[in-house]
Design a protein around this ligand. Structure first.
Ligand code: TRP
Length: 327
């Protein structure tokens, strides 16, 4: 049976881009396959200087958000990466077989490196840690957003190489395949770039209705719709994309008709969206409140997850050490 693994950085609040692009997919899949979801704190410490207490708080807040959104610890395994030591052990081993050129070609590395004055080795090796995350559990399916496809390809290169060198004719590590969500790319409220924490164009999953409205109201729509009477073009409007994610099919059809006939103005359309979002997000916000009130319960979930993962990870590392002459 296929095993699913995915990871998310505890680098701030879970936003709608993460939720629609990845997390909803995890929730759908968790009942169908063994599923492991990892809060990747080792990845989060690479890019910017950080405060340890803030990191601790963000890990917990990410766990709260994921559980509130619907990750069910009865069927899925949720844990924090650094609680399982084998991630970094396997990463070292994979470093020794990863071609430098493959790492230097990664767009995410090039992007981030070009925006920093000094670049640490962790930034370059980020995708090797990601490969280790996945291979440690010999996962074959990795539900991620589009921006992670190149990293996954590297994971396959590394798996293939290790198998060829040490697999004794067996594909010990399966080559992990991506699973993309129907809602592939959520743009930020500026309509310019992907929704992303670092660009400050996000709506967080747990924001209140008022906070969401304050961001939605001025959000960019179809730039060609200048006057209220101009017909709009839903295909190029980010608000329409959000309708497709949150509104029922009939309502989406109505939005399309009202926009293209200039029946509704953009603000009308955004109000309808706000109500549709509430339908899905109010119960999530309520569950998050309950979870925040029981920190021991969250700790328990993460501890149980780490312990289940450790058992798998230790077995993989025993096999790896044995095959590499390191036992
Ligand atoms: N790099 C991923 C991101 O930024 C997070 C991640 C780390 C991940 N390890 C992973 C995703 C393993 C999938 C599988 O979104």
């Amino acid at each position: 049976m296929s095993r699913i693994f995915s990871g998310i950085q505890p680098s701030g609040e879970l936003h709608l881009g993460n939720y629609l692009g990845a997390v909803k997919n995890w929730i759908q899949l968790q009942g169908q396959h063994p599923t492991i979801i990892c809060i990747v704190d080792y990845h989060a410490i690479i890019t910017v200087p950080y405060d340890p207490d803030v990191l601790r708080a963000r890990r917990r807040e990410m766990a709260v958000s994921l559980l509130a959104a619907g990750i069910d610890p009865e069927v899925a395994t949720l844990y924090v990466q650094s609680a399982v030591r084998e991630h970094t052990e396997l990463q070292w081993i994979l470093n020794t077989i990863t071609p430098l050129g493959e790492l230097e070609r990664q767009t995410q590395f090039k992007d981030k490196a070009s925006r920093q004055e000094s670049v640490n080795a962790g930034l370059l090796n980020y995708p090797v840690l990601q490969a280790a995350d996945i291979l440690l559990y010999r996962a074959d399916l990795v539900p991620v957003g589009e921006d992670q496809l190149q990293h996954l390809e590297l994971s396959r290169v590394v798996a293939r190489r290790w198998n060829a060198m040490y697999g004794r004719g067996e594909d010990y590590f399966p080559e992990p395949q991506p699973l993309l969500t129907p809602t592939r790319r959520i743009m930020g409220l500026d309509g310019q770039a992907k929704m992303s924490k670092s660009l400050g164009n996000t709506i967080a999953l747990l924001e209140s209705r008022d906070e969401i409205w304050a961001k939605l109201r001025p959000a960019v729509t179809d730039p060609a719709r200048v006057r209220r009477t101009d017909p709009g073009h839903p295909e190029v409007c980010n608000i329409y994309t959000l309708h497709k994610a949150f509104s029922a099919p009939d309502a989406v059809k109505q939005v399309y008709e009202q926009c293209t006939s200039a029946g509704w103005g953009c603000v009308d359309c955004k109000k309808v969206l706000l109500d549709a979002m509430d339908g899905e997000l109010v119960p999530i916000r309520r569950r998050a409140e309950e979870l925040r009130a029981q920190p021991a319960r969250v700790d328990e979930v993460l501890a149980a997850g780490a312990s289940a993962c450790r058992a798998i990870a230790q077995q993989t590392m025993a096999d790896v050490r044995e095959r590499m002459g390191l036992d």
